[in-house]
Design a protein around this ligand. Structure first.
Ligand code: HEC
Ligand code: HEC
Ligand code: HEC
Ligand code: HEC
Ligand code: HEC
Length: 172
C-alpha cells in the first residue's frame, strides 16, 4: 500500500468493519458460492495473475468473474493424485451442464458508477489498495466489504488525490 492512501483505506476499512458488524447483527444474508474457490492456492501457489480470471480489471468498468471454461483449462484432469474431492467438484459441475453462476458479493446499487480501468490503469492503483490481501483468501468472502460501498470512502480519496467529486462522476 502507498503511505497516506493506504492509511485512508485502512481507516475506511475500519469504518467498514463496524458497519459489517452492525449488518451481521441486523441479519444481512451471507453468500454461498457454487464452488469453494481458494484464491491462495491459485494466486500464491500456482502464480496465476489476477487478470487471467478477472479479465476486465485493467481495461473495463467491471473486473468480471470467470466462466467455468477458464477453470477447465486445468481442471479437465485431476490436479492432484489421488484426486481431491473439492477439486473433483469442478468436473462434476461441468458434467452437469448447469451454468456456474458466481455471486458478486460486494456490489453497489445501480445508480453508482465505478470503473476498474480508471483506478487500475489510469490511477495505477494495485488491487490490494481496495481489496486487501486476496492472495491469502482460502475461502470465498461471504459478506460485502462496506468500505467499497461507502460514498464517504470514495469521496475522501477523490478529494485527497484531486480526482473529481462532482455528483455526476459517480452518479450518471
Ligand atoms: C483462477 C481464477 C482466479 C484468479 C487467478 C483470481 N481470482 Fe478473484 N475470484 C475468482 C472467482 C472464481 C471468484 C468468485 C468466488 C470467490 O469469491 O472466491 C473470485 C472473487 C474475487 C473477488 C470477490 C468479488 C466479490 O465481491 O464477489 C475479488 C475482490 C477478487 N476475486 C480479486 C482477485 C484478485 C485481486 C486476484 C489476484 C491477486 C484474484 N482475484 C485472482 C477467480 C480468480
Ligand atoms: C479504487 C478501488 C479498487 C481497485 C484499485 C480495484 N477494485 Fe475491484 N472493485 C472495487 C469496487 C468498488 C468494486 C464493486 C463494484 C460494483 O459495485 O459493482 C469492485 C469489484 C471487483 C470485483 C467483482 C466483480 C466485478 O466485475 O466488479 C472483482 C473480481 C474485482 N473488483 C477485482 C479487482 C482486481 C483483480 C483488481 C486489480 C487488478 C481490482 N479489483 C482493483 C474497487 C477496486
Ligand atoms: C492454471 C491452472 C488452474 C486454473 C486455471 C484453475 N485451477 Fe483450480 N487448482 C489448480 C491446482 C494446481 C490446484 C491444486 C490441486 C490440489 O492440490 O488439489 C487447484 C485446486 C483447486 C480446487 C481445490 C481447492 C482445495 O480447497 O483443495 C478447486 C475447488 C479449484 N481448484 C477450483 C478452480 C476454479 C473454480 C477455477 C476457475 C475459476 C480454477 N480452479 C482454475 C490449478 C488451476
Ligand atoms: C484510494 C483512492 C480512490 C478510491 C478509494 C476511489 N477512487 Fe475513484 N478515482 C481515484 C483517482 C485517483 C481517479 C482519477 C483517475 C484518472 O482519471 O486518472 C478516480 C477516478 C474515478 C472516476 C472517473 C472515471 C472516469 O471515467 O473518468 C470514477 C467514476 C470513480 N473514480 C468512482 C469511484 C467510486 C464510485 C469509488 C468508491 C466505490 C471510488 N472511485 C473510490 C481514486 C480513488
Ligand atoms: C466518488 C464517487 C461519488 C461521488 C463523487 C458522489 N457519490 Fe453519491 N454515492 C457514491 C456511492 C459509492 C454510493 C453508495 C453508498 C450506499 O450504497 O450506501 C452513493 C450513494 C448516494 C446516494 C444514496 C444514499 C443512500 O442512502 O442510499 C445519494 C442520494 C447520493 N450518493 C448523492 C450524491 C450527491 C448529491 C453527490 C454530489 C454532491 C454525490 N452523491 C457524489 C459515490 C459517490
Amino acid at each position: 500500500m502507498t503511505g497516506a492512501r493506504g492509511l485512508r483505506m485502512v481507516h475506511a476499512l475500519c469504518v467498514g468493519l463496524l458497519t459489517a458488524v452492525v449488518a451481521a447483527c441486523s441479519g444481512e444474508a451471507t453468500v454461498t458460492q457454487p464452488i469453494a474457490f481458494n484464491h491462495k492456492i491459485h494466486v500464491t501457489d500456482e502464480k496465476i495473475p489476477c487478470t487471467d480470471c478477472h479479465v476486465g480489471a485493467e481495461k473495463d468498468v467491471h473486473a468480471s468473474l470467470p466462466s467455468l471454461s477458464r477453470c477447465l483449462l486445468c481442471h479437465m484432469k485431476p490436479q492432484s493424485n489421488p484426486p481431491n474431492p473439492r477439486e473433483q467438484r469442478v468436473r462434476e459441475l461441468a458434467a452437469s451442464r448447469e451454468p456456474v453462476r458466481w455471486t458478486q458479493v460486494t456490489r453497489n446499487p445501480g445508480h453508482v458508477y465505478f470503473s476498474h480501468r480508471a483506478h487500475v490503469s489510469l490511477a495505477k492503483m494495485p488491487c490490494r489498495d481496495c481489496h486487501g490481501d486476496v492472495a491469502s483468501w482460502t475461502e470465498p468472502p461471504t459478506k460485502p466489504v462496506q468500505a467499497l460501498k461507502s460514498m464517504g470512502a470514495c469521496l475522501s480519496c477523490h478529494r485527497d488525490e484531486g480526482a473529481s467529486t462532482a455528483c455526476a462522476t459517480c452518479h450518471q
